[in-house]
Write a protein that binds this ligand. Sequence first.
Ligand code: SF4
Ligand code: SF4
Length: 88
Amino acid sequence: MSLLLDYQYFPITKPGKGAGGKTGSWRVVKPVVDLSKCIGCKACFMFCPESTIVPKGGKVTVDYEYCKGCGVCSNVCPVKAISMVSET
Ligand code: SF4
Ligand code: SF4
């Protein structure tokens, strides 16, 4: 008999709703999705450690209120649809 818990299917965190979970002015790069390249595979959604990739209409958007600019999403995208753009 095997026991599977919900978190084993979706091992991702949710960004906190308090001000403490929001991105501060320290973020220096942000991910920008080229929707003409995106194939909607959701790899970025699955790997984002802040759960700030939002599936939308078969593609994805980014919640910049909580995105920390780590670049994980850009690295896992199989078609290089996410560019890390400087904010400074
Ligand atoms: S840069 Fe990091 S925190 Fe922001 S959307 Fe990509 S994986 Fe998530
Ligand atoms: S990993 Fe790339 S192709 Fe897949 S949903 Fe994200 S942006 Fe689109």
